[in-house]
Design a protein around this ligand. Structure first.
Ligand SMILES: Cc1cc2nc3c(=O)[nH]c(=O)nc-3n(C[C@H](O)[C@H](O)[C@H](O)COP(=O)(O)OP(=O)(O)OC[C@H]3O[C@@H](n4cnc5c(N)ncnc54)[C@H](O)[C@@H]3O)c2cc1C
Length: 191
């Protein structure tokens, strides 16, 4: 759902539509009574690779959304679950290999997790996916959510805290036009 200015104070404003801001928005929206305004200064999701491994705890949170469908989409977009993850260490790109570190593939690790039920293994092992591939999936899902209003191309400037609410000052990047919104809480996920 695209954003319209929301004066409702029973909302939570989240600054920054990176992985953290989008996942938090989806987690809050999942409860179906909290309204979120997700404010992002960029017009589009990142074009830089940045993050390339998502860890278990994040994946466990993602799994709670849409009964695991969102996580499935992320896994299908990332590296194959049957690929091993091999890290190699060199003195320089043209010189000697110092050693390598081989991780089980996700599929192998999932098998192990099933049988080692001592609390040390997550049912959701790591996922290799670049941030520029993962963000569009999260953003598409945020835009569809009736509890999340996404505003892009708008920058958070500062806020004034009151007993009952927060007043946020925002600025449109293209037009420089300023506006204020009132929300109950403000969460910074601005990286
Ligand atoms: C080269 C590199 C490799 C990395 N590899 C990994 C990895 O393998 N695994 C891993 O977990 N992490 C990795 N990281 C770190 C990873 O990128 C961060 O953990 C991740 O981006 C954090 O997500 P985030 O949502 O907190 O912040 P960000 O991704 O930085 O998102 C913040 C968002 O807030 C927006 N924003 C900022 N200020 C404002 C404002 N005033 N108003 C409105 N919007 C605003 C930004 O435009 C941005 O979209 C890597 C980083 C780099 C640079």
């Amino acid at each position: 759902m695209n954003a319209t200015p929301d004066k409702d104070v029973n909302t939570i404003a989240i600054i920054g539509a990176g992985p953290v801001g989008m996942l938090l928005s989806l987690e809050l929206a999942r409860h179906k009574y909290i309204k979120v305004i997700l404010i992002e200064r960029e017009k589009d999701t990142t074009i830089f690779p940045k993050m390339e491994v998502v860890n278990s705890r994040t994946l466990e949170f993602l799994k709670r959304i849409d009964n695991g469908m969102l996580l499935q989409k992320i896994r299908e977009t990332g590296n194959s679950v049957t690929d091993k993850f091999v890290k190699k260490f060199y003195t320089s790109s043209a010189k000697w290999e110092l050693g390598s570190w081989v991780w089980n593939s996700v599929a192998e690790q999932q098998k192990i997790s099933k049988f080692e039920n001592n609390g040390t293994k997550s049912p959701e092992p790591y996922c290799r996916i670049s941030q520029y591939l993962m963000e569009p999936i999260l953003m598409e899902r945020c835009l569809q959510d009736p509890y999340i209003a996404v505003t892009r191309g708008e920058e958070f400037i500062d806020y004034v805290e009151h007993d009952t609410h927060v007043v946020l000052n925002l600025r449109n990047i293209a037009s420089s036009k300023a506006r204020t919104i009132n929300t109950k809480y403000l969460v910074g996920c601005d990286g």
